[in-house]
Design a protein around this ligand. Sequence first.
Ligand code: URA
Length: 228
Amino acid sequence: MQNSYKRVDAHLSSLGYCTRSEAKKFLKIQSVCVDGERVFDVTKKAYHSQITVDGQELDAERLVIIMNKPCGVVCSHSDSGVLIYSLLPLRFQRRNPKISTIGRLDMDTTGAILLSDDGALNHKLTSPKSEVIKIYEVTLAQPLRGDEAEIFASGELLLNGEKKPLLPAKMEIITPTFVRVEICEGKYHQVKRMFGSVGNRVIALHRVSFGDFSVEGLKPSEFREVSL
Ligand code: URA
């Protein structure tokens, strides 16, 4: 757990409570305490763990959350449309460093997406070497033809435009048009392209889990903090 030592205004602004220039006014309006004693001097230095705002501990310095992404929102800071970050509390939206999604889901894909302000963690979990297991529920336009599980498991499926075949993926059949797929890479539109390569089309895609983290118990747009 991080516990940095710096000025109170630096803590508050990096965690999105207020901007650095608003900090003086913030300390007048909100009860900001260091070791239980109210402070009015924005330059006072303290450890993160010593500070409270209106009796509450500060938000974590390093934040990792899992969200059940709803359909129709975009995993980007700059694209047009409804951005996933707009679903977070304003304070989280104002954090610096910024919170970003760990990898991306398509606009019409729902389910498990991690978000964090920890750039190194993001890099680690999205690197091709990380091989984090992702489980998807896939609704198909056409009934399965029968050889899909074998093709996906072969480690020989080469998608259009790729130089290397996909790593083996598992497929569990629930009904002829509804399957669960487990993959350990994150190529662009991977699941949709996998089914495209066997003559089918994905009509709904939901990621149940990312690594050890599942969206069980989370309604669309809901999120919870995780430790990682
Ligand atoms: N595969 C896809 O095709 N889309 C996603 O959003 C995730 C995996």
